[in-house]
Design a binder for this molecule. Structure first.
Ligand code: NAD
Length: 272
C-alpha cells in the first residue's frame, strides 16, 4: 500500500522508535495520530510533524487498556475519516536474571511487550477492515526476537528476549491470517536505537505490576541509530509489504550463526 494520504495511528509515538516511525510516516505523506501514555511527548511529536509541514493529531493512550485504545481509534477515525496503518511500539526493558524473575515481573513483561500489541490489533483491526482498502500493521519487536544476546553489558535480558520472540510468532501468524484481506503485517526488529526505554519502562510500570521503579542506569553507546533513522525503514516496509523490517544490516552474521546452530542440531539428530 502507499503511505502517502493514508491515516496512521502510532501507539507509543511520543519517544524513540515510535517517534521515529511517526515522523517517517508523516514525512511520507500520511496523516498521523501520535498517541502515548505521556501526553507531553505525544503533543511535542505532533508539533514536530506540523512544523515540518505534515498533518498530525495527538492523544493520550494507555496501550494496556482496551477502552483507552478504543477511544484513540474513535478520535483518529473522527479526525481522519478512518485508520489505514497501525504502528504499535509499546514495550519495556529491565535487568532481571531469569533465576530470580518473579511471576509479577513475567506478567509485567508479557503485558507490556506482548499483550500491548494484541490489544492494539484487536481494537484497530475492525477499523482497518472498515476502510475496505489496503491496510497495514507494524508491530515493534526487536533484534532480540531474531537472536539472543546474553545481555547488553551486564544487563540480564531474558524476559525481554523471551517476550520479543513471542511478538515475532504472533506477527508472523497474524500476517498469514490477514493476508487474504489485503491487510499487511510487518514486525519491526531493530538493533540498538537511541531512546528513553529504560526510563519510560520504569516510570510507567503499572501499579498492578509494582508501580514506578528506578530506571536502569547508563546511556546508549555512541554510534547507535537515531530514532529518525527508523522512520524511512518503516515506510519502505509498509510500501513493500515486507514481513520483517530490518534496520541493522550488521546483525546478519548473528542471524546466520543462529541458523547454523539450528541446522547443526538437525544434522546431529538426523545421525540417529
Ligand atoms: N531502543 C532500542 O534500542 C530498541 C531496539 C529494538 C526494539 N525496541 C523496542 O521499541 C519499542 C519502543 O521503545 P523505545 O526504545 O523507542 O523506547 P521509548 O521509551 O523511547 O518509547 C516508548 C514509548 O512508549 C510509551 N509508553 C510506555 N508505556 C505505554 C503505555 N502503557 N501506553 C502507551 N504508551 C506507552 C512511552 O511513554 C514512550 O513514549 C519497544 O517495544 C522496545 O522494546 C527498542
Amino acid at each position: 500500500m502507499q503511505v502517502a494520504n493514508a491515516s496512521a495511528v502510532v501507539v507509543g509515538g511520543g519517544s524513540g522508535i515510535g517517534r521515529g516511525s511517526a515522523l517517517g510516516l508523516a514525512a511520507a505523506g500520511a496523516r498521523v495520530a501520535v498517541a502515548d501514555v505521556d501526553p507531553v511527548t505525544a503533543e511535542a511529536v505532533c508539533a514536530e510533524i506540523a512544523a515540518a509541514g505534515g498533518t498530525a493529531i495527538w492523544s493520550t493512550v494507555d496501550g494496556t487498556d482496551r477502552e483507552s485504545l478504543a477511544a484513540l481509534a474513535a478520535r483518529a477515525t473522527g479526525a481522519f475519516g478512518g485508520v489505514d496503518i497501525l504502528s504499535s511500539n509499546v514495550g519495556v526493558v529491565a535487568d532481571v536474571p531469569l533465576d530470580r524473575a518473579t511471576e509479577q515481573e513475567w506478567a509485567w513483561f508479557l503485558e507490556l511487550n506482548v499483550l500491548s500489541h494484541v490489544r492494539a490489533v484487536d481494537v484497530f483491526l475492525p477499523h482497518l477492515r472498515a476502510g475496505g482498502g489496503p491496510a497495514h500493521i507494524v508491530l515493534t519487536a526487536s533484534m532480540a526476537a531474531l537472536v539472543v544476546p546474553a545481555g547488553v553489558g551486564d544487563v540480564h535480558l531474558g524476559l525481554y528476549n523471551a517476550t520479543k520472540h513471542a511478538v515475532l510468532g504472533y506477527a508472523e501468524t497474524l500476517r498469514g491470517e490477514l493476508a487474504g484481506e489485503g491487510i499487511g503485517v510487518s514486525v519491526l526488529c531493530p538493533g540498538m536505537v537511541r531512546s528513553n526505554l529504560s526510563a519510560t519502562s520504569a516510570r510507567h510500570r503499572p501499579a498492578r505490576h509494582g508501580g514506578p521503579m528506578e530506571a536502569l542506569a547508563g546511556a546508549a553507546p555512541p554510534g547507535v541509530m537515531e530514532p529518525e533513522g527508523v522512520g524511512p525503514f518503516v515506510v519502505r516496509g509498509i510500501e513493500g509489504n515486507r514481513l520483517y523490517i530490518l534496520t541493522h544490516h550488521e546483525a546478519v552474521p548473528l542471524v546466520q550463526q543462529r541458523h547454523t546452530a539450528l541446522v547443526e542440531d538437525f544434522t546431529y539428530f538426523a545421525g540417529g
